[in-house]
Ligand binder design. Structure first.
Ligand SMILES: Nc1ncnc2c1ncn2[C@@H]1O[C@H](COP(=O)(O)OP(=O)(O)OP(=O)(O)O)[C@@H](O)[C@H]1O
Length: 280
């Protein structure tokens, strides 16, 4: 069972703050207002986050708006610099090098070859005026591929996998519906064959039926490609459908974690109980 293998990704005590902090909030027992210092207004967006991701599993991260989920994903994809913490990838120097202390060039390698990202806002992940096929090829070029024929074949294969007709491959994502844009983002994220996919609120804002189709696609991809995924959502229903294990975040901290079924059946923290009961 995958849970007993060494994790493919280990994050240890990751913290991200916006602001310098002050003599008040730097004390161990300082009382913050939700996630920010009442004195200097420094935001503690993520505080001492430790997570393991196992090969082939989907880890869900759920929490209300402002709980720090997106910040965590941005830190993992190097969109944001962390404040402190460590991260190890089994596929990068056999998990012996802290990815957060690597050079810019090494971080680009990790980002382009070992990770894929799907953003809530497709405008962050795609160039809306470029053809869909060139959007997908862009990630392959960034990962070092220079063989045009190979890239075209791979892009078409992925478009097919995400249920977009190859006939539309030359069209720019701006011509597509929200659900299709998310599917192009998924194809792009997968194009360099990364072992880990990060998905940040990918179905938020989509119609329910479109949402269901995208979730179904994510589940199928995970099953067929055995890719590991971190799925962030404020919606426990999304997490319930996708995640094997779930982490619950509140005010920048992990307040509960465990098997998704366990969390749904027997939530321990008052906030998680509220989340679960609101599903019923
Ligand atoms: N660049 C920034 N400068 C200052 N504070 C920020 C910045 N980016 C995020 N924050 C703050 O960090 C906290 C965590 O935000 P984050 O976007 O990670 O939350 P979230 O759980 O993903 O919520 P949402 O889904 O609404 O984005 C929030 O209080 C937010 O206001």
């Amino acid at each position: 069972m995958f849970m007993f293998d060494k994790p493919i990704l280990q994050i240890k005590n990751l913290s991200k703050q916006y602001g310098e902090g002050c003599s008040y909030c730097q004390q161990e027992d300082a009382k913050l207002e939700r996630n920010f210092c009442p004195v200097c207004k420094t935001v503690y967006a993520c505080k001492n986050i430790s997570i393991d991701l196992h090969r082939g599993e989907i880890l869900g991260i759920v929490g209300e708006s402002g709980s720090g989920k997106s910040t965590l994903m941005k830190c993992l994809y190097f969109d944001e610099e962390i404040t402190t913490g460590e991260g190890y990838l089994t596929d990068y120097f056999n998990g012996k090098e802290n990815i957060f202390t690597q050079s810019g060039q090494q971080k680009r390698f990790i980002r382009n070859s070992l990770l894929g990202m799907v953003y809530q806002n497709p405008m962050l992940g795609l160039k809306m005026d470029f053809s869909s096929i060139s959007n997908i090829a862009e990630k392959q070029i960034a990962a070092g591929n220079r063989n045009v024929e190979q890239m075209v074949d791979r892009s078409n294969e992925l478009l097919d996998k995400v249920n977009i007709s190859i006939k539309r491959s030359k069209e720019p994502p701006k011509n597509f519906s929200g659900g299709m844009q998310q599917r192009v983002q998924i194809a792009k994220a997968l194009s360099s064959n990364p072992p880990i996919l990060l998905l940040d609120e990918v179905t938020t804002g989509l119609d329910l039926s479109v949402q269901a189709a995208v979730l179904d696609l994510i589940k199928t991809i995970q099953r067929v490609m055995q890719i590991s995924m971190i799925v962030v959502s404020h919606d426990l229903a999304v997490i319930r459908m996708l995640a094997d294990r779930t982490v619950v975040m509140l005010n920048g901290q992990i307040i509960e974690e465990g098997l998704t079924d366990q969390i749904l059946e027997d939530p321990q923290h008052a906030y998680t109980q509220q989340l679960v009961y609101s599903l019923l």
